[in-house]
Structure formats: structure tokens, C-alpha cells
Design a protein around this ligand. Sequence first.
Ligand code: ATP
Length: 456
Amino acid sequence: MPSGVVERAGTGDLVTRSTVDVGAVGTALRDAAPDLVVGVVETVLVFGALFLIDPLLGSVAVACLPVVALGVRWYRKRARTAYLAQGEATSAVAEGMSATAEGARTVEAYGLARARTAATDHDVDVVYRARYRTLALRLRVYLCIDVAHRGAHVLVVVVGGLMAFQGALTVGEVAAASLYAWQLADPLSRLAQWLELVEGSVASLARVAGVEAAPPPVTAAEPADDRIRLAGVRFAYVPGRDVLHGIDLDVRPGEHLALVGPSGAGKSTVGRLIAGIERPGAGEVLLGGVPVADLDPVARGGLVVLVTQEHHVFRGTLRDNLAIAAPDADDAALRSALSAIGWTDPPDLDAPLDDLPPDRAQLLAMARVVLRDPHTVILDEATSVLDPRTARAAEQALAAVLKGRTVIAIAHRLHTAHDADRVAVVEHGRITELGSHTELLAAGGLYARLWRSWHG
Ligand SMILES: Nc1ncnc2c1ncn2[C@@H]1O[C@H](COP(=O)(O)OP(=O)(O)OP(=O)(O)O)[C@@H](O)[C@H]1O
């Protein structure tokens, strides 16, 4: 699944779908089918016995079935939406709780505990109301089935009694018919429970299938070359609120391009689109002539890699962490990647990695890039979190990583732009200046002003 989708869905939602919803579908598949079969067989036998005693008594009992059918129809019309809402509400609670837990330090630092508690209370309230709604629906369908069954029983006793008075049936036959009619309670109430389980699990299945359906279609087309082209690209995180308003950009293979501009201008978004994490709302982002977001994610990762300041170290060994980038790489290849980025004292490949410091985590990320060997690297704030000494070491490692590749650097420090072949200035979701450092300085626009103010 594209990471953009994962980020928007949130951990809580995905976890709820893949645990609670998968569990609900599993329970339904395990319990519903046998119960349904037993319930149907039991109902058919009871009606058969009633018809055998007397066809009129059988018909009287069958008269209850339309009431059940109407109740079930009424329930099914509403249940799917209600169960979907319940699933969403449950996800929202999990999502809110996981966000609070992940941001515990921020919550503490800014005294947000009360606000977070209020938000959780609100989410729980929504779950309560959603559950109340499904419960109310269930109660009504149970009531309907109960009325139908009791109605059938009363009708069988009354009609049977009248027939006994007229001598058409014996008292024993009426008593037997009454007992059979009473026995309908069991399969019908099982039907009601089954309905609840199925409706709940169909909603859960839709939510689980939603996770499956999230990945966009993957194209079989192969990029013809390493060219990157953005044409008329518009993009919105929130529908109707574009953050990019028509970006046109051609990146030549092997070129080092710096994206500069004010905070919030859209630089990182351009990077995410080129990496195929997001797909444009309008226009196209092409890699070798193929829409980059349509490429198979694994294959795409071998062509374009986005390096951000988040360097995740997975639980496991250094080997496990490097193998993410190149599962088939042998020890020699792993060691050569480590030495290429200047990591001279790496831990043993098979030693567990505990608490890797940020500068080592960054080296690990770069070693992964070397192993993956993409033709294009997008750097977003790659060295900004490190102290200057560490950042310099990281930059040296980076230089080794970037050699011979196309580089799109989202530059927060202007010397990165100075060293680039071309600089694109992004302002308010548009590229307003494009050229070499010297050309942009001569043009006297925003870049020139930023450069002069940076140089004092
Ligand atoms: N996940 C998101 N959801 C909603 N809006 C977002 C999201 N990420 C970014 N934005 C908004 O999109 C706009 C462009 O953001 P973007 O991060 O691309 O800018 P930027 O130029 O890289 O900024 P910075 O230099 O501060 O990183 C901003 O208004 C930002 O608030």
C-alpha cells in the first residue's frame, strides 16, 4: 500500500481493520454457515411436521413468515450503513489513542492532556452512539421475529382448538402442533443472531477489502529512460484545497536540482509526487514516460528513493535492516555499501541493533540507498536534524551516495542550492523561478533576495 494512503488512514484505523474486522469476518465464516444450515433444516422440519398434522395448521404457521421477511428486509436496509459507521467509529478511537500515545511527549510538553482526553471522550461517545444504533436495529428485528413466532404459536393453538371442538383434530394433535409451533422460536432466534453476525461481518469485510483495494492499479509499462517530467501537476491533501497549482518541470538524468522556497510552499509535496507516494489530482508525473504512481511499488523503489529525516530502524540485526533494500545482497555487498558511505565501525551484521543513535540511523538509511541503487534520489531535509559536526559527516556520506544519480534536493540551506546544477523556486504551489544559481542571482528575484539575506 502506498505510504501516502497509510499515513492518511492512520495506524489506529489500519490496526482496527486488520484485527477487529478480520476477527469479525473469521467468526462469521466459522459460526454463521453451520448455524444457518441447522436453523434452516430445523425450520423446514417443524413446518413439515405441522403440515403433516394438518395442512391448515401448517398454513397458519407459515403466515408468520412474511412478518419475519419484512422485519429482516427492514433491518438489512439499515444495518450495513450502521455497522460501517460503527467500524469507522471504533477505528477513530484506536486512531486517537495511538496518536496520543505516539505524541505523549508533545501532549505533556504543551499540557494537552485535557484536550486529548476530551477528544477521546468525543470519539468514545461517537462509538457509543454507533453501537446504540446497531443495538436498536437488532432489538427491533428480534422483536419482529419474536412477534412472528408467538403469533404463529397463538394462531396454531386457536385454530387447532377450534378444529378440535369441531372434531377435525384430536387434542393430542393440537398439543403436538402447539409444541412444534413453539419450537420455531429456536431456529428463528438463531436466524436473528445470524443476521446480526452476517451484517456486522459484511461491513467488516468491506473495511478489510478496503485495505486491499487501496493500492492503485499497477501498470505493466516499463519506464523508457530515467527522465522525470511533471506537466500541469495539481495536488490537494484535502479535496478542494490545492497545495500545488500547476507544476511543470523536467529533470534531466544525472542532474542535481534543488527545490527552495518558503515553508509550506509545496516542496515536500513535489518530492512525494516524484517518489510516487502521492498521485496528482490533475496533470502527470512521469518517470521515463510512465506515471510514476502507477509503477509497481517494489520496482519503483529501485528507480526513485525518497530520503527524509525519518530513518526507521526495524527491530532486528544490521543485516535485517539492510536486507530491506536488497534482500538478495551477500555479505560482501552489504559491507561494500557500508564502506561506500564511510561507516567504518559498523556493528556485527548479525548483532541486534538496539537504540541506534540518529547519526548511525542516517548512515543506515544511506547504506540502504546504495544497496537499492536507484537512478534518482529525492532528499527531503536529509541532514537538518543533525548537529553541524554530524551533519558534515552525513553530507560526505551523502556525496558518495549521490554520485552518478539524479538528485532532487529539497534544500533548507542555500549552500545546497548553490552546489546544484539548477534551482527551482517554489512559491504558493508554483515554480516561480528556474535556472542555475548564477542565473537566478542575476534575475534578482526571490532566490536572489534569499541568497543575499542569507549572506548578510
Ligand atoms: N499530510 C498533509 N495533510 C494536509 N495538508 C498537508 C499535509 N502535508 C502538507 N500539507 C500542506 O501542504 C502545503 C505544502 O506543504 P509542503 O510540506 O509540501 O511544503 P514545504 O514547502 O515542503 O514546507 P516545509 O519547507 O515547511 O517543509 C502546506 O500548506 C502544508 O500545510
